[in-house]
Design a binder for this molecule. Structure first.
Ligand code: FE2
Ligand code: FE2
Ligand code: FE2
Ligand code: FE2
Length: 418
């Protein structure tokens, strides 16, 4: 496959990047014939654009220099026009169908990033959250069956498995448990920095989508399930977001973000099977290269730094590819189903101390019925029985027993020391 060499690529001057209204809104794909991974690329690129725009707004509000503000506004306006890649999703694709696409992105993107992640702690964090998004795909597949009588396979097309993993009921952890260590900006590989921005973008967009679309259903259980899983995505955005080194300057972060946009568009272009959409990815990759070059000029002017000393590589590899990862996911399920975060490390459920803040937190959050559990009972028996797999049942029993014991001993303590 071709390599991504950002310093050798063609770019389009930024003044030539503005589009007219007819160019901005592109005709949607056909939901019946689209390849599942074309849909995931569309969803991911919308997330990347959104992340770039949100980051640029944050920087503009914390910057005094008018020239930096002006340059940010210029690049951001183009990114905002590009964000209409989201309009490639057709109107007849229901919210829950698009949602299955979002979780398919999460599963196959996270797997691909984890497989190629050089930093062991970042890789571990990707594997950890992978099992949660994988479980979300299953819960939403149950909702699709219940709400619309839909078959998840019409969306995932056999490329991604649908079954329970670490159950969503166990994802609701105390905010303290979302804390993570960050990579070191001076020693981290550029691939780690790209993976970091990509996964944060995907998770952030997923959270925003669930929070803005979950109210589109009148069904009470559907509304609650969206709210429950959106809350887990908030955890994911936090724990992934903290992997980034906060000591990187704003201009450095901005240069990485534009490079990431170029890298992911370029990756999408190499694997896209729809020629019309492939041309969009190719075109937008060239636009991003000029945003990246613009950021490089800002870094030089305001911080006296050469971009090649920041990126420290001529090639970023491998490319980010959407492809089936069934064996990889099953291996992570076998090895890591009962992992839990504690004090910024990962431990087995059996190794957690009684003081683990999430026992009490989960007790509170899950005290009334839990939508991600309820939705299984509404789905077909064939789908529902996947929640009864031996490893899943065993994990749920272990967590429930442990939580009950911890809460009982805490109550006892309170009664003896009122
Ligand atoms: Fe962009
Ligand atoms: Fe998810
Ligand atoms: Fe997630
Ligand atoms: Fe951009």
């Amino acid at each position: 496959m071709v390599q991504f060499k950002p310093f050798e690529m063609d770019s389009i001057p930024i003044e030539e990047q503005f589009m007219n209204w007819k160019e901005i809104v592109k005709p949607p794909y056909n939901k019946k014939s689209v390849d599942a991974y074309t849909r995931t690329r569309v969803i991911l690129m919308n997330g990347i654009e959104n992340a770039s725009i949100l980051m640029s707004h944050a920087i503009e509000r914390m910057t005094v220099d008018p020239e930096i503000k002006r340059q940010m506004a210029m690049m951001r306006r183009v990114d905002s026009m590009q964000q209409t890649v989201d309009w490639l999703n057709p109107a007849n694709q229901s919210v829950i169908e698009t949602t299955l696409g979002y979780e398919q992105v999460a599963v196959d993107l996270t797997s691909n990033l984890a497989k190629n992640e050089p930093d062991p702690y970042v890789k571990q964090t990707l594997d950890f959250a992978l099992l949660e998004d994988f479980d979300h795909l299953y819960r939403y597949s149950c909702l699709y069956d219940y709400l619309e009588g839909g078959n998840y396979d019409s969306i995932v097309q056999g490329k991604t498995e649908v079954k329970a993993a670490r159950p969503t009921v166990a994802h609701h952890r105390h905010p303290d448990e979302t804390m993570r260590k960050h990579y070191d900006k001076d020693t981290a590989d550029i691939k780690t920095k790209m993976n970091y921005l990509t996964i944060v973008a995907g998770e952030q967009q997923t959270e925003l989508f669930y929070k803005t679309q979950g109210n589109m259903y009148s069904d009470e259980l559907a509304r609650q399930l969206y709210s429950e899983i959106a809350d887990v995505e908030e955890e994911h955005v936090t724990l992934y977001g903290l992997l980034g080194d906060p000591r990187e300057t704003m201009l450095e972060k901005s240069a990485h973000m534009q490079l990431c946009e170029a890298y992911i568009y370029f990756s999408c272009a190499q694997t896209e099977t729809d020629p019309r959409i492939k041309a969009i990815w190719e075109d937008f990759a060239k636009m991003e290269i000029s945003h990246f070059e613009n950021c490089a000029r800002l870094l030089e002017k305001y911080e006296g730094r050469d971009i090649s000393d920041v990126v420290k590589a001529d090639v970023i590899e491998p490319l980010v590819v959407f492809e089936p990862n069934k064996n990889y996911v099953n291996k992570v399920i076998d090895e890591q189903l009962d992992l839990m975060p504690s004090n910024m490390e990962y431990k087995r459920l059996g190794e957690l101390s009684d003081e683990w803040a999430s026992f009490k937190f989960q007790w509170k959050m899950n005290e009334a019925d839990v939508p991600s559990k309820e939705v299984v009972s509404k789905a077909s028996s064939e789908l529902a029985k996947r929640d009864q797999a031996k490893n899943i049942k065993q994990f749920k029993r272990q967590l429930a027993e442990r939580t009950q014991n911890v809460m009982a001993s805490q109550r006892e303590k309170m009664m003896s020391h009122p």
